[in-house]
Design a protein around this ligand. Structure first.
Ligand code: GTP
Ligand code: MG
Length: 266
């Protein structure tokens, strides 16, 4: 196992994708939180489909959200098929909405989401790990784990693309938003994996749009595609492991199965 100063090296991943008000993202989110939750959850019972999005001012300034538009999901160790261990720290870049005004909360540095989510140096003093929606307001009743040293440097990005049909969100809108996000992520020169979510409820033409996105000439084949379902726990771990292997190429290359095959062999 590769060790750095006596400690296992950690792969710090930011999960990003279309975010914002209902007007921006439609009636449901694209699945960033569910993907993170499935990846972090040790037990199936730790998986919830309901995560925070619209909040009170009190919850926004509580220690979990900490006046930020990102969540710290904590750390987890995973083993690839060839037996190599990976330690991950995960954050989700989203946009929290004020339940009084239905507008995004005004954070300290409010750049547009597509720019903000590409940040690689992130700080937030005394920020607590997010566990579940019910935790807000009663943080002491849950494990209280801090974002280490109040900071994290991001090594790679998982950009989410929802392939299910969501009311009040057009596919054109999502493609446009994800393109803008990808163009910002590319500038960081960090590895990127495009993760399609909700493949258990996929619309075939949306799947094709995701393939077209990663196939764009300007990306020169640099962006990998992994088809997942958080609800069914298909291809979730492999999406993160493939990203870690792009970050550290000495750690092998996992085989990524298309969704249908991955669902069959499970
Ligand atoms: P915001 O952070 O609010 O922008 O949303 P998000 O991107 O974190 O989306 P979230 O993970 O909260 O998912 C929104 C909804 O999508 C969930 O409540 C689920 O109903 C649905 N969803 C998420 N993952 C899956 C999946 O794997 N399959 C299906 N069928 N639905 C999913
Ligand atoms: Mg979320």
């Amino acid at each position: 196992m590769a060790r750095k100063s006596g400690k296992m090296r950690s792969f710090n991943v930011a999960v990003v994708g279309l975010s914002g008000t209902e007007k921006d993202k439609g009636q449901a989110g694209v699945g960033k939180s569910c993907l993170c939750n499935r990846f972090m959850a040790a037990l199936a019972d730790d998986y919830s489909i309901d995560h925070i999005s619209v909040l009170s001012q009190t919850d926004f300034s509580g220690r979990v959200v900490n006046n930020d538009h990102f969540l710290y999901w904590g750390e987890v160790t995973k083993t690839s098929e060839d037996g190599i261990e990976f330690l991950f720290q995960v954050i989700e870049q989203t946009e929290f909405i004020d339940d009084a005004t239905f507008q995004p909360f005004k954070g300290s540095k409010m750049e547009p989401y597509a720019k903000r989510c590409s940040a690689t140096k992130i700080t937030s003093a005394e920020k607590l790990m997010y566990i579940c929606k019910n935790q807000l307001g009663i943080e002491r009743e849950y494990e209280q784990k801090l974002l280490p040293d109040g900071k994290i440097s991001i090594d790679g990005f998982l950009c989410v693309f929802d392939v299910s049909s969501v009311p009040s969100r057009t596919i054109e809108k999502q493609v446009e938003a994800v393109l803008t996000i990808l163009n910002n992520l590319i500038k960081t020169k960090k590895p990127i994996v495009l993760v399609t979510t909700k493949n258990d409820d996929a619309n075939e033409t949306y799947v094709k749009e995701a393939e077209k996105l990663v196939g764009r000439k300007e990306y020169k084949g640099a962006i990998m595609l992994v088809e997942t379902s958080a609800h069914e726990n298909i291809n979730v771990d492999v999406a993160f492991i493939v990203l870690a292997q792009l970050i550290d190429r000495s750690r092998g290359r996992a085989r990524v199965l298309p969704f249908i095959e991955a669902a069959r062999v499970r």
